[in-house]
Design a protein around this ligand. Structure first.
Ligand SMILES: Nc1ncnc2c1ncn2[C@@H]1O[C@H](COP(=O)(O)OP(=O)(O)OP(=O)(O)O)[C@@H](O)[C@H]1O
Length: 120
């Protein structure tokens, strides 16, 4: 909650707090066919919203056990929410009402990904 407060204070662009139901619907219940890839924090799914179009939903595979993992995750959220640059993927929002946190990014087509960077 403190993190969300900090994000809302610092960032200039829209940041949405999604419900779990919205992300379940957008990803077709995290269907395998929507898996875009896997990273250090978990799996990234293609999501489709009626109004906002295609997004990428990052869902952690398991509870973040260590304080270090929680810190890293929070840091990624805070930094990305404040950056608006053509070469850095945009963080559109998050969902924290679940045990396993999820982040929602703009969708980057495969042929454009090499030029983008999600490093935080
Ligand atoms: N915004 C996005 N749009 C489309 N596909 C994405 C997006 N973000 C991630 N992906 C896909 O999901 C994969 C995993 O991404 P993720 O950001 O979780 O991990 P990473 O950056 O590869 O590694 P790490 O989590 O260790 O930093 C990527 O390699 C890519 O194929």
């Amino acid at each position: 909650m403190l993190l969300l407060h900090e994000i809302s204070l610092k960032q200039g662009t829209a940041f949405t707090v999604f419900t779990e139901a919205e992300l379940i619907e957008a990803t077709d219940n995290f269907a395998d066919k929507n898996i875009l890839g896997r990273g250090g924090f978990g799996t990234v799914y293609r999501g489709l919203f009626k109004d906002d179009g295609v997004v990428a939903v990052k869902r952690c595979v398991s509870l973040m056990a260590s304080e270090q993992q929680k810190k890293e995750f929070g840091k990624e959220m805070l930094i990305l929410s404040q950056i608006n640059h053509k070469n850095i993927v945009k963080l559109l929002g998050c969902c924290l009402e679940v045990e396993v946190p999820m982040l929602v990014y703009e969708f980057i087509a495969k042929n454009c990904r090499e030029a983008s960077c999600t490093c935080a």
